[in-house]
Design a protein around this ligand. Structure first.
Ligand code: NZQ
Length: 383
């Protein structure tokens, strides 16, 4: 395996009732801004729990962070924080709220002319406000990584900095009981694809990373359908929540090649057509598996054997089966697996390719050989 340095600075408090740990994490002299989304936390009781736990703090709130958080909305929070000197951010919600809060944390301290440079020009983040989070949607791993994805018009761009990795994350699976079937499925599929993008490349004899990734895939395949059938099962919710965190906290990606092609193209699908993030991934990943099957052959066979017990047949047949099983899993989870399923036609391909070009996404994949002509093939395979 390749050399790596692994560090994850997020303290996790997992389990029912753990929202109370906020008081042991945020110093009492901090002025806290609670950030949340469109109001799901007011319906499921999480907001009331946060209010109770912050009773002894000087705090206020900022709501309205959208799914696929919008730059313009986040700048409003930046202005409030600067004007009123908040010095601790508490994100309460799904990946969008956590990502949005990360960007706000960095933008508040950004010294350049325009915080959009953090995304577009990948300006280095030298300082950020401290943030913690209470996660209510297991999917992105944002609760314990330094990534954030922000949208401005049709541009959905990402940045990464260890300075915005949450200092703590509360993972209370009871907060996820209110998720709709669609958001529950999105979470499972999103986490599944995160694992695949760090796993499905070429072997580097990284046995811990490989077997840990396979364990996460098996858990998600086992628990995913259950969450749709028995949404009130807290054990299922718990296993999904912890799997999703582990899927993108840096551990399985340490020292191994990675292929974020599905994300690169998927962000364009969301930016232009508003397709839910996880659904953009369930459309693109099967096509990546088909078009990149030669360079991924060894890992595709390993995936087929260890995750779906595919051991019989010629190499091509086994790979076909592994891809078919992946599509079958997504279908069971009720997510689209083609552009057509999502209501898109061939004409969308040019729009997506132009946008990939604009965003410099012209060398994707573990060997950076997914140029625009290859992305075209992937999109055509996804029709
Ligand atoms: O806004 P509210 O009212 O909270 O409603 C949200 C939102 O409408 C709702 N929701 C969240 N928790 C709920 C709930 N509804 C009922 N009960 C609950 N407990 O779910 C909807 C979607 O939420 P969102 O946060 O957008 O979903 P998700 O967690 O999937 O986050 C998606 C965002 O994360 C980015 C994506 O690109 C997208 O912008 N990603 C971030 C990554 C990272 N930081 O590492 C990696 C990911 O691959 C991804 O790119």
């Amino acid at each position: 395996m390749d050399n790596f340095t692994f560090f994850n600075n997020t303290r996790i408090h997992f389990g029912e009732g753990q929202i109370s740990k906020v008081t042991s994490e945020i110093p009492k002299d901090k002025k806290v801004l609670v950030l949340y989304g469109g109001g799901s936390i007011k319906k499921n009781g999480v907001y009331d729990q946060v209010k109770a736990v912050l009773a002894d703090y000087n705090w206020s709130e900022f709501s309205g962070i959208e799914p696929n958080p919008k730059y313009e909305t986040l700048l409003k929070a930046v202005a409030i924080i600067k004007a009123e000197n908040f010095d601790y951010l508490l994100a309460v919600g799904g990946g969008s709220v956590v990502d949005g809060t990360k960007f706000i944390a960095a933008a508040c301290r950004f010294e350049g002319p325009e915080p959009w440079d953090i995304l577009e020009a990948q300006a280095v983040v030298n300082s950020a406000l401290t943030l913690g989070c209470i996660l209510t949607l297991p999917a992105t791993g944002s609760e314990s990584n330094g990534n954030a994805v922000i949208t401005r018009e049709h541009n959905k761009l990402a940045f990464n900095s260890p300075l915005v990795c949450p200092a703590f994350a509360i993972l209370d699976p009871t907060t996820t009981l209110s998720l709709s079937p669609r958001q529950s499925a999105n979470g499972v599929v999103g986490a599944f694809v995160h694992v695949m993008e760090q796993y499905l490349t070429y072997p580097v004899n990284a046995k811990v990373q490989d077997r840990f990734a396979e364990a996460l895939l098996l858990n998600l395949i086992e628990e995913g359908p259950k969450v749709l059938k028995t949404p009130d099962d807290l054990a299922v919710r718990s296993n999904i929540m912890w799997s999703a965190t582990q899927a993108l906290n840096g551990l399985i990606g340490a020292g191994v090649p990675q292929d974020w092609t599905s994300h690169g193209i998927g962000h364009e699908l969301t930016g232009h057509y508003g397709i839910d993030h996880a659904r953009s991934l369930s459309i693109i990943l099967p096509a990546v598996m088909k078009i990149c099957r030669i360079e991924k052959e060894e890992k595709l066979l390993q995936y087929g054997e260890r995750v779906f017990a595919i051991t019989e047949g010629a190499i091509d047949q086994r790979i076909d089966q592994a891809i078919a099983q992946t599509i079958n899993f997504f279908t069971i989870m009720n997510v689209p697996t083609t552009l057509n399923h999502a209501g898109l036609e061939r004409a969308s391909i040019e729009v997506l390719l132009n946008s990939l070009k604009k965003h410099g996404m012209v060398a994707l994949g573990e060997s950076r050989n997914n140029d625009l002509s290859r992305s075209r093939k992937i999109l055509e395979a996804a029709l």
